[in-house]
Design a protein around this ligand. Structure first.
Ligand SMILES: [Zn+2]
Length: 460
């Protein structure tokens, strides 16, 4: 069966063990040696430090290799101007040292600056992804291959997305899983129609889209009877209150995931109380943590918090650099109660949306978690009002919060106290709340923007 061509059960079982560390070192040396031979950039970096790729230690590698934002190389190339047609392709190919004609799939992010950031895949890259993905399907089904084979998946992420779009479709097909590629572009009505017609039993989409379906089409969602909900691309599926809403709405277990490109696979498990995402690809990716501001190393210890830096240990289109995705996370090295292997990780925020309230680091996503916990007494919509450019916030942190439809004005003071106490207990900050009637704030179509930049209006 197709699944067994990619699933390595022995490797799955030794995740987060001493045994895997030796494999990591050998794979790093092997991958660096390959790049040393074909990429002038890697040869230059290693030669300048007098390092031999086949003798290097992980410590030496971390000191020699500069930290790169996921988009540094690609973004730099993209922003270097329109240039001649296809210049981006040849430039990226030369960085990783491949023939541009070896790219068989060419995707891009939408690009926050408007310019798409390219992500290209060779045939070999496409073969790596299902090796990682097979492990999360194994974990989600408790190792039931028949169940995996019977999965019929709605692909409800943006189809043009660089990871969760066509690459995800390719990956599932290789694993012998049925795929229905509707894409988020089709909208939730089309997704539900396809799911009904083709009897889908598994849904892949962003948590905000899953929440939207629960809000707008609860009965149809229930009637389809999804057995698995796989979410990613946004942090929502790790927020307890959002999880509860999606799982109760769909009456199916929700899995919070990240990765795919390069085979990276992190997925949450069946634990009722969210235990973070298990990292299932220690043999494919090397992880480290750095301080979000100083970029100094943070020891990789149980419960440590830091900016995640990853190094791919194989693959053609992503070189063995030290890449940060800009995510800040807490790691858990102790075994999970669920029994599945792998150290775990909980997202706490992004380096670019970090706020510092008198030295206490707070992320908008964490505030969202607290506010969502008070639904239906609040609508769940809120804004963080910033009088100064972030990250520094003069306490108390100001919030505009919509109260719920059934709330009486005289009860708001009591609710305010409860939210304050809860936020202080969970995040160590006390907010000052300004109440707004329901439906006052703009509903963003896709990702919610939590920040109101009052400091920009002040300047005008
Ligand atoms: Zn677990």
């Amino acid at each position: 069966m197709a699944f067994r061509n990619y699933f390595d059960e022995k490797m799955y079982k030794i995740q987060n063990t001493k045994e895997i560390q030796e494999i990591q070192l050998q794979k790093l040396r092997q991958n660096l040696s390959t790049y040393y031979g074909r990429s002038p950039m890697f040869k230059m970096i290693l030669d300048s430090q007098e390092l031999k790729p086949d003798k290097i230690t992980i410590e030496q590698f971390r000191q020699a290799m500069p930290l790169m934002g996921q988009d540094t190389v690609r973004g730099g190339i993209t922003e270097s101007g329109p240039g001649e047609k296809g210049k981006i392709v040849t430039m990226l190919a030369s960085v990783v040292g491949v023939d541009p004609n070896d790219y068989v799939l060419m995707c891009a992010t939408s690009g926050t600056t408007g310019e798409p950031t390219p992500y290209f895949f060779t045939a070999e890259d496409l073969e790596i992804m299902p090796r990682g993905m097979s492990r999360c399907l194994w974990m989600a089904t408790h190792g039931n291959e028949q169940e995996i084979h019977e999965m019929r998946c709605i692909q409800g992420f943006g189809l043009s997305m660089f990871g969760a779009g066509v690459p995800l479709v390719e990956c599932l097909i290789r694993l012998g899983v049925g795929v229905i590629p509707v894409g988020a572009e089709g909208g939730s009505d089309k997704i539900l129609k396809f799911a009904e017609k083709f009897a889908a039993n598994t849904l892949w989409c962003t948590p905000s889209l899953a929440e939207y379906m629960v809000d707008t089409n609860l009965q149809r969602v229930r009637d389809i009877g999804f057995k698995y909900i796989f979410c990613g691309a946004e942090p929502g599926a790790g927020i307890p209150e959002v999880r509860k809403k999606i799982e109760e709405g769909f009456q199916a277990p929700l899995f919070d995931g990240m990765g795919l490109v390069g085979g990276l696979t992190l997925f949450s498990c069946h634990e009722k109380q969210y235990a973070g995402m298990h990292h299932l690809t220690d043999d494919m990716f090397l992880f480290e943590l750095v301080h979000p501001e100083t970029k100094e190393p943070v020891p990789f210890e149980d419960q440590a918090i830091g900016e995640m830096v990853m190094t791919p240990l194989q693959g053609v289109s992503i070189p063995p650099g030290r890449f940060s995705s800009g995510d800040v996370a807490q790691i858990f090295l102790s075994p999970c109660k669920c029994g599945a292997p792998g150290w775990r990780l909980k997202m706490t925020g992004r380096t670019d949306d970090m706020l510092k309230v008198k030295g206490v680091i707070v992320y908008p996503a964490s505030i969202d978690g607290v506010i969502t916990g008070f639904v239906p007494r609040v609508t769940g919509e809120f804004r963080i009002v910033l009088d100064e450019p972030p990250p520094r916030v003069e306490p108390p942190i100001k919030l505009k919060v919509e109260y719920g439809a059934g709330m009486k004005k005289e009860d708001l003071a009591k609710l305010e106290k409860e939210i304050e106490a809860d936020m202080h207990q969970k995040l160590k900050v006390r907010p000052k709340i300004e109440w707004l009637p329901p439906n006052t704030l703009d509903r963003a179509a896709m990702k919610t923007k939590f920040i109101e930049k009052a400091y920009e209006q002040k300047k005008k």
